[in-house]
Design a protein around this ligand. Structure first.
Ligand SMILES: Nc1ncnc2c1ncn2[C@@H]1O[C@H](COP(=O)(O)OP(=O)(O)O)[C@@H](O)[C@H]1O
Ligand SMILES: [Mg+2]
Length: 334
């Protein structure tokens, strides 16, 4: 069975392109045959409206977070084939307060998501987080195996990045989620006409190296218009530069998910061994050639980044901003 990978899209800054990235990357991956579930975990419900789904009272992850219903019951289809959504609505804001009272308050979403993950109906589950490192985002990061940080190409882009990367280390050290890796940083709203945008990308690359996606998402009018039509860019403007960029991003994303070359080779060797064993036991020296299993060559050094690297980057002086204290049950609960 293929395992479902859970990826959170987070950055405590608002308006940096989290929702745009989560929605459009999800749509492009679905277009190329992957099965996706996007969970809108932001009470502002921008991902919900960007996919043309109406906000309705009671239609969100709220009840499931409080163990008062099944998360799977909230799944709705979207205009994109193979892309489903768990919508959001304003009430989800209240969940923060209520979850804080739960004993294992960091694990509420992980628990709610478990049956959907186990069913392996999806290749990827994306979580669109609210613009804060509050309880909902912490819950998303506890449930996720990977984190994608969208960063806007603007002055002071690095500011505060250490807070979110620092959270990976904290969740790992605290034992809440030792699996979590930084999948990557995606530079958004890149303006080709300005030198500043290029400088910002260089600066972020200097600190985070290959964690930064090669693909840059350009600032385009079409990308900003698409949400008001309730459509991802591949439906709203399928041939434009925005759609082109997100398709390239989806390809790069997919390459980065490939297992390391060594693992592929080991799998290949195992298959050959099994094959030889079979041939010997069947007493056949020759048989028609079977096509060799394709061995993909994943790009070097662009897989998930181990926590130590993230911590190092986070500790760099110009990735400024204090690392928040780990949330504690007592504090959050009172
Ligand atoms: N590449 C882009 N080009 C033009 N507008 C964009 C682009 N990415 C995001 N926007 C717009 O910027 C605003 C903030 O983006 P959004 O994805 O909602 O950020 P976040 O989820 O981080 O708050 C939205 O109005 C969105 O439509
Ligand atoms: Mg958003």
């Amino acid at each position: 069975m293929i395992a479902t990978k859970v990826i959170a899209f987070a950055n405590q800054k608002g308006g940096v392109g989290k929702t745009t990235t989560a929605v459009n990357l999800a749509a492009c991956l679905a277009e190329s045959g992957q099965r996706l579930l996007l969970v809108d975990l932001d009470p502002q419900a921008n991902a919900t409206s960007a996919l043309g789904v109406e906000k309705q009272p009671g239609r969100s992850a709220y009840a499931a977070l409080l163990e008062e219903g099944q998360l799977a019951d909230q799944i709705v289809p979207t205009p994109v084939e193979r892309l489903d959504l768990i919508p959001s609505e304003l009430d989800l804001a209240g969940a923060e307060v209520e979850i804080a009272r739960a004993e294992q308050y960091l694990h509420c979403f992980q628990k709610a998501l478990a049956p959907i993950r186990a069913a392996a109906r999806y290749d990827y589950i994306f979580i669109d987080c609210p613009p804060a490192l509050g309880i909902l985002t912490c819950n998303a990061l506890t449930a996720a195996q990977a984190l994608i940080i969208p960063v806007q190409c603007e002055y002071l882009a690095l500011e505060g990045l250490s807070m979110i990367t620092g959270m990976i280390a904290q969740l790992s050290a605290g034992g809440a989620n030792r699996e979590l890796k930084l999948d990557g940083i995606i530079m958004t709203m890149f303006d080709v006409r300005t030198r500043l945008a290029q400088q910002v990308v260089e600066e972020v690359r200097k600190h985070f190296g290959t964690s930064v996606y090669e693909t840059l998402i350009p600032r385009t009018v079409r990308l900003s218009e698409a949400p008001s039509f309730g459509q991802p860019i591949i439906l709203y403007d399928p041939r434009g530069t925005g759609a082109e960029a997100f398709r390239a991003l989806a390809e790069e994303f997919f390459r980065r998910q490939a297992p390391p070359a060594e693992e592929m080779q080991n799998a290949e060797l195992r298959m050959q061994k099994e094959d030889n064993g079979k041939q010997a036991s069947e007493g056949r020296a020759n048989r028609p050639d079977k096509p060799a299993a394709p061995v993909e060559q994943p790009q070097a050094n662009n897989g998930p980044v181990p926590v130590e690297v993230v911590e190092k980057a986070a500790a760099e002086p110009s990735a400024s901003g204090p690392v928040p204290a780990p949330p504690t049950g007592g504090q959050a609960g009172s």
